[in-house]
Design a protein around this ligand. Structure first.
Ligand code: ADP
Ligand code: MG
Ligand code: MG
Length: 917
């Protein structure tokens, strides 16, 4: 049997490289992309990737290596040594490596890297001898002890980076060094000795002098970190599941800490906050590893690089720009890269798809596919076609364009406290808290609580609180700090590096702009500009909303609106199904139509019953004791209903409107408190007893399975008569207006379980509709159809389709009845079900494709057997959920229907489903 491959080689040449970017699941994102860059002949230090499968084996066996893995590691390491002409830990000329974690999905800051592995008391001298750079030698060694102590030994011994940091500060103070780069070789050597003592004190063993042992312990630490609490938490929050583990990358070191012609940095090919197409980044001269993001020294802006004193930087900058452009084109997606310059030579250490806000994502997509800057009109490279552009987007991205921003006038008047880095966009208003745990607790207690997390910096332990907060404000760290990267990935408002913040964690106060704020005081953040304001600044709707819903002409010139428009156009030209909306009022219908709705898929008539005086008419109907009094009560409702329908038909001129007959149980229309019942009795001129008795009668043990839907109209046919008159009366009226409205009413009968139910009501609908049409001499045509929301209806769809002219899958009730979960009570057990992974997600949010979805498919199939081309749609909450929309496309539905603000998202999802095929 062939041996399982656990260790992959990359670098040196294309021929020697064994992986590529398609192998993320087993090489992790970092390893797969390092291999991909090596395949493209980019300057990547060579190395090995130990697969995620090896990690899975290690986790499963409680800490054992797969036997083949050890053998393969040895052989591959030998290959690496041979190619580099150096041996790991060789006292004369040591090969140094980094040990880097990396799962299939990038998890910023979750698992830390160890650099300069292979240095020992002896080999450091060999390194110095070979490089002729004493300072670099000691700098690398002290860093290695620090990282190895913290990352590898820390979890067992409590040794932390901080333990070393205090010694570094002490020695800097002792020698009056402002920065760590001011320390001399001699001083760093002294520091190394101190570090070894710090290590020994906590670990109770001397720092390991065998490079093979160093490597072994480091690999184990990476594997072990996969199951750490903070990694688990990050995966939980970000809904990352199904991964095998993390890969381990053992990579030949390059040195950014070799003096003024060396350095290290991170860069983005485009701005992940605003989406601007200009590369941005930060770097430090004479630095190593994560110095840039650690906030030890303040990094420089990428644009400053060509102006460095040494001329090598001009070339390094040009090389980097060229490589970044190549990578973006190659991956067809903006990249986030890490690089190091060693004595003038540029090395690429990582590339991955850049994290971004929704706004940036939309801007990237439209600009990369049109080759035009939507803000300036400047030309740029065309990298994608429109289909590829659409596939880079998610519903959440579009949704962010519909998020509120600060009211412009109010923001102008706002009191500016400080300005710092705009690390995550949008507006956030909230009460100050200083601890992530407090932010989490406050929101757990009251989900409407709005807090801003204010900290020196954030760390992976804080992600729960960052998630809970409206926004994050930090006093240190740059655009690539932990807070910035995490917040941007979520599209959360974040401002970083506000240096003049005076935070006192003990007193729970922060001084900003000369004013002292306590925990609980309000501040406002504009994450797009980096400005911190005093108090609460009112927020304003997005330009897309003002242009689309309010029809503001000025907003239509806003680039954000234009981007939205572009995405919508492309979505429409690619999708194969229609998108309708769920709307009950002329106002909602209008808004939905401007968001691109192609009709109403669900108009819930009962929503009209609650407005103004109408509730009294329906209550009168409920109390009435005979048909005559019921009819007279309904006559009062008729006027109102007809007027509502006229408004809706006008708003939807030319588009179909599906109107559902009354659905909820009648008890929803009567008051349940004594006081309100008294009022009802008084108002309707009946004794209180009559009211209380009727309310009592209406009580049901299972109202959702009780007297509702078509069952109401079967008991009270006059209800169905009234509603038909209102719908068809309105249709005939607006069709006859001078400015004639084209009406396409579809009358939908809810909660059908048998064909006989439908037949009974269809007859009433048709008789009354025909009568009005004949009386008015109108040419209005209409359809009569049903909802499929009871499993029996789906199963007998062939019979039902003999009568029904269309189907609309009411997936809320269908889910309720298929699972037997009460929609209103699922909250009591859903968290347990999700926690124990009994359900993958809330089935009322994401359609259960295997079970409920099967009923949808059966319904469509059997329905169309009887009535070929039967029009089928879906009108549950699922109509606005991208994954569910994709299912609907596959199931052959003609349309999905969702709430007005979800329409653009459904259009995009429908297009994506069509493109994917
Ligand atoms: P993270 O996953 O947190 O980004 P990385 O594994 O990318 O961690 O390592 C962090 C940094 O360490 C890199 O950005 C790079 O600067 C440095 N680094 C890692 N490996 C090497 C190497 N072989 N040579 C030089 N620097 C390295
Ligand atoms: Mg890190
Ligand atoms: Mg990295």
């Amino acid at each position: 049997m062939a041996q399982k491959k656990y260790v992959y080689f990359y670098g040196v040449s294309k021929e020697l490289t064994e992986g590529d970017s398609s192998m993320k699941a087993i090489l992790g994102g970092k390893g797969a992309n390092l291999a991909e860059m090596a395949n493209a002949n980019l300057p990547v230090p060579p190395g090995l990737t130990i697969s995620t499968e090896a990690c899975a084996y290690y986790s499963k066996t409680g800490g054992k290596y797969a036997p083949e893995m050890e053998k393969q590691l040895k052989a591959q390491l030998k290959k690496l040594e041979d190619n580099m002409g150096k041996k790991l830990g060789d006292p004369k000329d040591p090969l140094l490596v980094s040990v880097r974690s990396g799962a299939a999905v990038s998890m910023p800051g979750m698992m830390d890297t160890v650099l300069n592995l292979g240095l020992t008391d002896k080999s450091v001298l060999g390194f110095i001898e070979q490089t002729g750079n004493e300072r670099t030698g000691w700098d690398c060694y002290r860093r290695f002890i620090d990282m190895f102590g913290d990352v590898v030994m820390g979890p067992y011994t409590g040794l932390t980076h901080h333990d070393f940091e205090v010694e570094l500060e002490a020695i800097k103070k002792k020698y009056k060094a402002a920065e760590d780069t001011d320390l001399t070789a001699e001083q760093l050597k002294e520091l190394t000795e101190v570090y070894k003592k710090v290590y020994q004190n906590k670990v109770k063993k001397p720092f390991p002098q065998d490079p093979v042992e160093q490597l072994d312990l480091s690999i184990r630490a990476v594997f072990g970190s996969w199951g750490s609490e903070r990694a688990e938490k990050y995966r939980q929050i970000n809904k990352i599941s199904g991964l095998l583990g993390t890969a381990v990358n053992v990579q030949v070191m390059v040195f950014g800490n070799m003096g003024s012609q060396s350095g290290t940095g991170v860069a983005f090919t485009r701005d992940g906050g605003t989406g601007h197409s200009k590369p941005m980044g930060e770097y430090l001269v004479d630095a190593q590893g994560e110095d840039v993001v650690a906030g030890i020294r303040t990094p420089k802006h990428l644009d400053d690089m060509p102006n460095e004193e040494s001329p090598i930087w001009k070339k390094a900058y040009a090389d980097l720009q060229k490589i970044m452009a190549r990578l973006e084109k190659h991956y067809k997606y903006p990249q986030d890269v890490e690089f190091t310059v060693q004595e003038g030579k540029l090395f690429m250490l990582q590339t991955r798809n850049a994290k971004r806000t929704g706004l940036a994502g939309v801007r990237w997509a439209v600009e990369m596919a049109t080759g035009m800057d939507f803000f300036t009109g400047e030309k740029q490279a065309k990298i994608l076609n429109q289909k590829e552009a659409l596939m880079t987007l998610s519903g959440d991205d579009l949704e962010q364009l519909l998020f509120p921003i600060f009211d412009i006038a109010a923001e102008k008047k706002g009191k500016v406290l400080t300005t710092a880095l705009p690390a995550g966009p949008g507006a956030a208003v909230g009460k100050i808290v200083f601890e992530a745990a407090e932010a989490e607790a406050a929101v757990a207690k009251n989900p409407d609580e709005k807090v801003i997390l204010v900290r020196h910096e954030t760390s992976p332990e804080d992600v729960g609180g960052m998630w809970a907060a409206q926004g994050v404000l930090t006093s240190t760290g740059g655009m690539t700090s932990h807070a910035a990267v995490v917040a941007r990935g979520w599209g959360k408002c974040c401002i970083c590096g506000a240096g003049d913040l005076k935070i006192d964690y003990a007193k729970k106060t922060v001084g900003i702009g000369g004013k002292l704020y306590k925990q609980g005081d309000w501040i406002s953040l504009n994450g797009s500009t980096g400005i911190v304001y005093d108090g609460q600044i009112p927020t304003q709707v997005s330009p897309v909303v003002s242009a689309v819903v309010d029809g503001k002409a000025s907003a239509k010139n806003d680039p954000i609106y234009k981007m939205y428009e572009q995405v919508s156009k492309w979505s429409d030209s690619n999708r194969t199904i229609n998108v309708r909306t769920n709307a009950d009022t002329p106002k909602d219908s209008k808004a939905a139509r401007s968001f691109g709705a192609e009709g109403i898929g669900l108009c819930r008539t009962e929503h009209m019953f609650f407005e103004g005086d109408r509730i009294w008419a329906i209550r009168e109907f409920i109390l009435a004791e005979d048909e005559i009094s019921r009819k007279s009560a309904l006559a009062k409702l008729l006027k109102h209903q007809q007027k509502d329908f006229e408004g809706i038909f006008k708003a939807m001129d030319g588009l179909p409107v599906t109107v559902r007959l009354l659905d909820p149980p009648l008890h929803e229309f009567v008051p349940h408190t004594k006081k309100d019942q008294q009022e009802m009795a008084k108002r309707l001129g009946v004794p209180l007893k009559k009211v209380t008795e009727r309310v009592q009668e209406l009580h049901e043990f299972n109202p959702m399975l009780g007297h509702r839907g078509c069952r109401l109209s079967i008991t009270f046919p006059e209800l169905c008569v009234m509603q038909t008159k209102a719908i068809i009366g309105a249709a005939c009226k607006v069709a006859k207006l001078k400015k004639a409205v084209k009406v396409l009413p579809e009358i939908m009968i809810p909660l059908i379980g048998t064909k006989a139910e439908l037949d009974f009501l269809e007859k009433i609908v048709r008789e009354n509709a025909e009568e009005i049409i004949a009386k008015t001499g109108s040419k209005v045509t209409y359809l009569v159809g049903t909802m499929i929301e009871i499993p029996r209806a789906a199963l007998t769809a062939d019979e039902i389709a003999e009568t029904a002219e269309f189907f609309s899958f009411g997936t809320n009730d269908l889910t309720q009845m298929t699972f037997g979960y009460s929609r209103d009570d699922i909250g009591t057990f859903l968290p347990d079900y999700l926690g124990e992974k009994i359900l993958p997600s809330d089935p009322f949010q994401h359609l259960d494709q295997t079970g409920v979805g099967q009923l949808v498919k059966i319904g469509v199939e059997r329905g169309r057997e009887t009535r070929p081309g039967l029009k089928c749609g879906i009108c549950g909450e699922h109509g606005g959920d991208p994954e569910s929309v994709k299912f609907c496309v596959k199931a052959g539905l003609n349309y999905v229907s969702c709430s007005p603000y979800r329409v653009p998202i459904a259009r995009l999802a429908a297009a994506q489903a069509a493109i994917k095929g």
